[in-house]
Ligand binder design. Structure first.
Ligand code: HAM
Length: 404
């Protein structure tokens, strides 16, 4: 028997119902905010992720499903959605239409070769949105509001954490200050942090080691060293969140695991799902389009981890729905299709091909959660009628077939 690979699973029954419900609600809300669907390939050139997510990130360093295809091309299964959407934005030359705004939403499988655990899979799904061409912090706020709307509609509780990652004007100076601080306590920091001081010192702030976290309490904070523009945008974002009465925490250690961010960065976390608590993350990435050879275009986006919220979603009550149709003898079966096809124009119909006794049909109708059980036997065919039972009200009737 061949099973799915480690860290991968089939979405079936209750999970697949939840998946469809989540993507339907999220799609509906994204459309209300002006987003259009985009589908990009799962497989991309490896260099795309190296250049966008970043060489020093864990994703690129350790977690990529990377291989040579039959043509010898170095390819990679997408670990996240943003890079592909930005690549498409540039490939389609949408960056040339300066001043135009484009908003895309997507959902699909992402692949990261991580150590599987609760809430952490190697093949998982994200629902994401990317907004291009809008540099105003109002857009960052609008995106945060949209995620809030999605979680509200799904009945998912969360804590919102925000931070600013500065820009090319303020980040380099801050990075130097941070490196001086880290070099002073180098011996006490963990091995990973020591490596990160060389490769990407900002990621040290994200270390989960409690000893490192304690040392970092006294580290310089970027939000105290922002340039005028970043400082004003961050204050505006907080003001907008305050004005709309949205709870949030400023987390100065929130750096995100991907290198493309600048200015606003945010995460939605849940306290109800264990250690892998981030249920959505995102932020602004104004340099990425240019970095992938497009014309400079401001951009901001987010992605929700669908598996992480699956158990948290409050599903609407499942009501009985549609028709179950069966016959009591061989002759009746041929008559079922006409009835089914007319009813299928507006509702769900299940046909049972095998002739059965009434009791067995009622059981079958119950199993597929039908609202009505329709049965035809010899008498019904002769009289041109159908027998129907409403499984909610238990009312039974014989109705003229044509009227039905
Ligand atoms: P990310 O924070 O890497 O951001 O992933 C977004 C969400 O995907 C996480 O908050 C988490 O819920 C879920 N997730 C990540 N890894 C796994 C995993 N191994 N198993 C299950 N769920 C997982 C991004 O991917 C960015 N592209 C978001 C973004 C869009 N930023 C701007 N635009």
């Amino acid at each position: 028997m061949i099973n799915p690979l480690r860290g991968m699973k089939d979405l079936t029954f209750e999970d697949s119902k939840r998946f469809v419900y989540i993507t339907t609600i999220a799609t509906d809300i994204a459309k209300r905010y002006g987003y259009e669907y985009i589908e990009t390939p799962i497989l991309e050139e490896t260099s795309l992720f190296r250049r966008s997510v970043g060489e020093s990130s864990d994703i690129v360093g350790k977690e990529m499903y990377q291989f040579s295809d039959k043509g010898g091309n170095d390819v990679c299964m997408r670990p996240e959605g943003t890079a592909g959407v930005v690549r498409a934005f540039v490939s389609l030359k949408l960056d040339r239409q300066q001043g135009q705004k484009y908003k895309f939403y997507y959902y699909g499988s992402m692949f990261r070769y991580e150590r599987p655990q609760k809430g952490r899979l190697r093949s998982f799904h994200q629902f994401g949105c990317e907004s291009f061409g809008e540099g105003s912090v109002y857009e960052d706020f609008t995106i945060i509001e949209m995620i809030g709307d999605i979680f509200k509609a799904l009945g998912v509780g969360y804590r919102l954490q925000i931070n600013s990652l500065g820009c090319n004007d303020c980040m380099p100076q801050y990075r130097d200050n941070l490196v001086s601080f880290l070099n002073n306590c180098k011996d006490e920091l963990c091995e990973d942090c020591n490596r990160r001081i060389e490769t990407n010192p900002i990621r040290v702030l994200d270390c989960k080691n409690t000893n490192c976290q304690a040392l970092l309490e006294d580290s310089p904070k970027l939000i105290n060293n922002l340039c005028k523009s970043c400082d004003s945008d961050f204050n505006k974002l907080k003001e907008l969140l305050d004005m709309s009465k949205k709870d949030y925490e400023v987390n100065t250690n929130l750096v995100r695991g991907l290198d493309y961010y600048n200015k606003s960065a945010f995460e939605f976390v849940s306290d109800d799902i264990g250690s892998q608590s981030a249920i959505a993350g995102g932020g602004r990435y104004d340099k990425l389009v240019e970095y992938l050879d497009g014309k400079s275009t401001p951009a901001v986006g987010f992605a929700i981890g669908i598996e992480r919220i699956m158990e948290l979603v409050k599903m609407p009550e499942i009501k009985r729905d549609g028709y179950y149709i069966g016959s009591m003898d061989d002759n009746g079966v041929d008559n079922l299709f006409g009835i089914a096809s007319s009813k299928r124009q507006s509702t769900k119909v299940t046909i049972e091909y095998a002739p059965k006794k009434l009791k067995a049909h009622l059981k079958g109708a119950d199993k597929v959660n039908a609202k009505y059980c329709v049965v035809i036997g010899e008498d019904e065919v002769r009289d041109g009628v159908i027998w129907i039972k409403n499984l909610e009200t238990k009312e039974e009737n014989r109705i003229d077939k044509d009227k039905f």
